[in-house]
Design a binder for this molecule. Structure first.
Ligand SMILES: C[S@@+](CC[C@H](N)C(=O)[O-])C[C@H]1O[C@@H](n2cnc3c(N)ncnc32)[C@H](O)[C@@H]1O
Length: 250
């Protein structure tokens, strides 16, 4: 079980951040094709946004795409090394601020202020206690019409037998699509879409993307079961990533 101390110790001093997270985008051919091919198509209705809260930006692999799409940005990360790294890297972005937290609290962030709360490839290692704290606060941070897009583990639906499978990579064992949906509803929010996805080899539904909003809605949640997320990454790498190399000024 990867608790918050494990996350803090690993990401704040225990990890070599030289590649700034690009190493996790190799399967998509880089962070640019991964953003435009895999993340942006799922999020495009929410962008641009006037205000974005990113939870766990790390060294800003997604922040660099989010910043030009908003007028106000806050990044909250448990790792001071990452907060300092982003402050340096995005020093020219005067609409952005980066703050360290304890892994549970969003108290440094304004309420009812964000159109989009975003987290990708970070909270897969966060156990359910983290979401029990974060989800009600995320709902409180959203403004009317705002949405959150959260990437989290689905290992809780699979059981510990899958914990050592390739790709499981320290995924949280207490989190599932279902218990996140229940928590969102208990916290006064609603799930718009949940997409269970495979991660790593073997088409195992290790992860889930949850899009949520505050308050009740008239339409029920859409549940997608996608064991072709990794296949999608291969198509993106093969047929979209080459376009990232084009320099239109040359
Ligand atoms: C694998 S890195 C990914 C960073 C970035 N999202 C990316 O995709 O490149 C995980 C990040 O999550 C942060 N983190 C882990 N648990 C957290 C928590 N409970 N609250 C805030 N940040 C957390 C770590 O400090 C680290 O920056």
């Amino acid at each position: 079980m990867q608790d918050t101390n494990w996350n803090r110790q690993l990401w704040d001093g225990g990890y070599d951040w030289a590649a700034e997270g690009e190493e996790w985008s190799v399967g998509w051919g880089g962070s640019e094709p991964q953003w435009f091919g895999a993340i942006y198509p799922r999020l495009h209705r929410a962008l641009p946004a006037s205000s974005i809260l990113e939870i766990a930006p790390g060294m800003g692999r997604w922040t660099k795409f989010l910043l030009p799409l908003c007028r106000n940005y806050v990044g909250v990360d448990i790792s001071l090394e990452c907060v300092h790294g982003c402050q340096k890297k995005f020093a020219d972005a005067h609409h952005a601020r980066f703050v360290q937290n304890d892994g549970y609290s969003l108290s440094e962030v304004e309420d009812h202020a964000f159109d989009l709360v975003f987290s990708f490839d970070s909270l897969v290692h966060a156990e359910f206690d983290v979401f029990k704290n974060y989800i009600p606060q995320i709902i409180q941070k959203l403004n009317k019409g705002g949405i959150a897009f959260l990437h989290h583990s689905n290992m809780g639906a699979l059981g510990t037998a899958f914990a050592n499978t390739a790709g499981a990579d320290a995924r949280a064992i207490s989190v599932s699509r279902q218990n996140i949906e229940d928590l969102v509803v208990e916290s006064g929010g609603r799930v718009i879409i949940q997409e269970v996805i495979d991660w790593g080899p073997g088409k195992i539904p290790l992860d889930c993307l949850t899009m949520l909003a505050k308050g009740s809605g008239t339409t029920g949640p859409v549940h997608l079961y996608n064991l072709r997320f990794m296949e999608e990454s291969q198509i993106i790498k093969q047929f979209q990533a080459p376009y990232s190399g084009i320099d239109r000024l040359s």
